[in-house]
Design a protein around this ligand. Structure first.
Ligand code: SF4
Length: 449
């Protein structure tokens, strides 16, 4: 039976936190039901994407999103059309993943520079969790990162396994709550003990309760329970953004992204057809709302980037909009207090030169913060009091200033002008923000200068 999750219209606290929309549990949004899915197969063919585009049009409103973690979202479905979507996916041989979300690098298994292929470890862990029948938080996030060109160093997870090269062999560093840099290290595990170690952490979460997350785990007591000897290891603390061209072994993989993660089905279908004509033979969903394209080379690569540009997709790693995360906003969600897309366009138009990758901007229709659960350098968040400005925080944090939605575009313009004037030659936007007093930003936002 299909269970429908509903969103409250006004109150963040009343929203169904911890719920993840899926084929079995679609979520009610402002433009109908939303289904989130990730195909089991990492490698998708053009035919798969064309089928998905057809299904999105036939059973939804034709809007398709790629999320920050590389999931697909189909919007505008109905109670009657969700089962038909499920049947269409099955007929097309597209099998959605089920169970706990376990993220692996999008090029796992085909990237010669990776330390280890995360795929078998992730599959074994998924099977072990399913076999244990544990009740876990619906939004529990596990990362198994074998490294490589597009490793998942910056992806936050409740439980992480990071591959480490130790004296010619591979070990797995188990850590909890954070990204590769911030997570609390539990133990360094051999391939023989990695599953027991990871399942010890998973079972500890289940023992705490059905809502327990990585923040509830004590890394020291887990380490003691595992009897593991911790030893310092060196790991890269950042990974490349998937957008743009990446040399991977003997090929070049192109990362493209629909503007702000959202596209019309017909745009996707047209682009996939064009990319196939350029030589593309495989597509992979990737973090940061990206689709990776394989099979392009030389002239085909240049043609593919031109096709992506024409279709309104970003294909270069310096695309300013890549630093901006937005949710559906007023166009697609009844909880939204303003048009997030228009605000994002204004940010790119007025402050594009400041979007150099050193700061992230989050534009959220309401304090739930669907598009960017963590803190961002700058957040514009819709509330009943107006569009709030949050500095270095989450959408749910208290804004330092608020404005009516109609005043937002001029406010963005003022902020852009103010920051551009202060910026030193060669200075990153991150450094500029760090040395700028919040009170000055508030004054610019509110037009009090
Ligand atoms: S964050 Fe955006 S998509 Fe999520 S509930 Fe609020 S308005 Fe809707």
């Amino acid at each position: 039976m299909t269970t429908i999750l509903t969103q409250s219209q006004n109150d963040t606290g009343a929203l169904r936190r911890g719920a993840c929309p899926s084929l079995a549990t679609p979520m009610q949004t402002g433009d109908g039901l939303l289904v989130r899915l990730r195909p089991v197969a990492a490698a998708l063919g053009a035919h798969d994407l064309l089928c998905l585009a057809d299904l999105a049009r036939e059973h939804g409103n034709g809007l398709i999103e790629i999320t920050a973690r590389g999931n697909l979202q189909l919007r505008g479905l109905t109670e009657a059309s969700v089962p038909r979507l499920a049947a269409g996916l099955a007929a097309a041989g597209i099998v959605p993943q089920r169970g706990v979300a376990i993220e692996i690098p999008p090029l796992a298994g085909i990237d010669p520079s990776e330390i280890a292929d995360a795929t078998p470890v992730a599959e074994a862990l998924r099977e072990a969790i399913a076999a244990a029948s544990l009740v876990l938080a619906p939004k529990l996030a596990v990362v198994v990162d074998g490294g490589g060109v597009l490793g998942l160093a910056d992806m936050v997870a409740d439980i992480r396994l990071d591959a480490v090269a130790v004296g010619g062999t591979v070990a797995w560093r188990l850590s909890v709550r954070g990204n590769r840099q911030t997570a609390k290290v539990v133990a360094l595990l051999s391939p023989d003990t990695v599953m027991d170690g990871a399942m010890t952490a998973v079972a500890a979460l289940a023992a705490i309760g059905p809502a327990a997350r990585g923040r509830d785990l004590d890394a020291s007591s887990l380490a003691a329970r595992l009897g593991a000897v911790s030893q310092p290891v060196v790991l890269l603390v950042s990974s490349a953004h998937p957008l743009g061209a990446h040399p991977v072994g003997g090929e070049t993989v192109l990362g493209i992204a629909p503007a702000y993660g959202q596209m019309r089905a017909e745009r996707l279908a047209g682009l996939v057809t064009d990319l196939s004509a350029c030589g593309a033979f495989e597509f992979r969903l990737a973090p940061h709302r990206t689709l990776l394209v394989r099979g392009l080379s030389g002239k085909g690569m240049a043609s593919a980037q031109a096709c992506a540009d024409r279709a309104g997709f970003w294909s270069r790693d310096d695309a300013p909009g890549r630093s901006v995360s937005i949710c559906a906003g007023a166009a697609g969600c009844a909880s939204a207090h303003f048009d997030t897309h228009a605000a994002a366009d204004a940010v790119v138009a007025q402050a594009g030169a400041l979007l150099d990758g050193s700061v992230d901007v989050h534009i959220s229709g309401c304090p739930k913060g669907c598009a960017h659960p963590g803190a961002a350098a700058v957040t514009l968040c819709g509330t009943v009091a107006g569009v709030g400005l949050v500095l270095g925080g989450r959408a749910s944090d208290t804004p330092v200033a608020s404005l009516p939605p109609d005043d937002l575009t001029p406010a963005i313009q003022r902020l852009g002008t103010f920051l551009r004037a202060r910026r030193l030659d060669g200075e990153t936007a991150g450094s500029l923000l760090d040395r700028t007093a919040p009170a000055s930003l508030v004054s610019a936002y509110q037009g009090q200068q």
